[in-house]
Design a protein around this ligand. Structure first.
Ligand code: SF4
Ligand code: MG
Length: 342
């Protein structure tokens, strides 16, 4: 069977070529998500993870964005170049997205319930009363206490975590098969973050829903992700099932991200293992785009772009562990310290 979502060699530019100022935001991104599977897409801001998601959803601003190549297939159907009406129908019905900032995504002048109910009224033709009953059921589903009363409250009467739950409820209204969550917990405190992640995980399992979880924080996705794709400068630089990626990170960038996650034993976090900043996307360095920041760069890295290739990781299932580094084999079995100190 075709995967739920298949993104292949996606390329997006920003800016105007006539003015000579073009940023290569996506440089051949490929990933797949199956029903019931959670793919975490990890990277610093500007790595292309949100732009990929916006292209999948059909909400990329064009211009300034321009899709210059690749394909996005949903259950086998090509979405790039599809009729805008078809795209609008799929949004909500088949794929939904939640964002970091629930407060600005909700309208302050309508009750939370009315905003959820709107979808039932306009897409399902329900009466106001029936739609509000459905809205309350959804608030209950996302574990908001006293849902029947709270459905009549306004967004400002909800805490940050409750607003994010309301957003999740809204995204589930029309039973999507794919949920894209873009930094859904970044604005919340650590305890609430964990609760929201747990809720998303549970909902995906119960509904066999595919999920793309976009984050800059490797710590947040540990419990939830089935697979992890790491992005850098508009490319995937490493991808593996979550257990293999945590046990045997192969790309020096992934290893740097891992070393910056605070650990319970007090290790990590304090380290600053990745010096420098991501490159400007209008001047991506030749060769390996990570080479100016990589402690292991050699001559070859400055001229030859490493391709994303399968690694021999004894713990990975099949060819599932892939990395885009010329020397990935050296790193895949090494301890973090060995890789961080050249
Ligand atoms: Fe570092 Fe070279 Fe690997 Fe790039 S290809 S990550 S510069 S060692
Ligand atoms: Mg983003």
């Amino acid at each position: 069977a075709a995967p739920l979502l298949e993104v292949s060699d996606l390329r997006v530019e920003f800016g105007n070529p006539r003015h000579g100022d073009v940023a290569s935001v996506l440089n051949g991104v490929s990933y797949q998500v199956s029903a019931g599977e959670t793919l975490a897409v990890l990277g610093e801001s500007g790595s292309g993870k949100s732009v990929t998601a916006q292209t999948v959803m059909g909400i990329l601003d064009t211009p300034p964005g321009r899709i210059t190549g690749g394909s996005v297939r949903f259950k086998g159907e090509e979405l790039l170049g599809a009729d805008p009406e078809r795209r609008r129908l799929l949004r909500g019905e088949s794929m939904a997205m939640i964002f970091q900032d629930a407060l600005s995504a909700l309208n302050p002048v309508y009750t939370v319930g009315a905003q959820i109910a709107e979808q039932f009224r306009f897409r399902r033709g329900m009466s106001r009363k029936d739609a509000m009953v459905k809205a309350a059921e959804l608030l209950d589903l996302v574990k908001i206490p006293n849902a029947a009363q709270r459905v009549r409250e306004y967004p400002h009467q909800f805490s940050g975590g409750m607003r994010q739950r309301a957003m999740i409820a809204m995204s589930l209204a029309l039973d999507p098969e794919l949920l894209i969550a873009d930094e859904p917990t970044t604005a919340l405190d650590v305890t609430v973050q964990a609760q929201i992640m747990e809720l998303l995980d549970e909902l995906c399992r119960e509904r066999t829903m595919g999920m793309i979880l976009i984050t800059h924080d490797l710590g947040v996705v540990a419990e939830v992700a089935d697979r992890i794709a790491v992005m850098y400068a508009g490319r995937i630089v490493e991808e593996a099932d979550a257990a293999s990626l945590y046990a045997h990170p192969a790309h020096p960038y992934t290893r740097g991200l891992m070393a910056s996650v605070p650990r319970l034993d007090g290790g990590g976090g304090q380290l600053d293992p990745i010096p420098g900043l991501p490159p400007s996307l209008s001047a991506i360095p030749p060769g390996c785009p990570f080479h100016p920041r990589c402690a292991h760069a050699e001559d070859r890295c400055r001229s030859e772009l490493p391709s994303l290739r399968a690694l021999d990781d004894p713990d990975a299932t099949g060819d599932d562990h892939r990395a885009a580094c010329h020397f990935a084999e050296r790193f895949v079995g090494a301890s973090p310290e060995e890789v961080l100190t050249p």
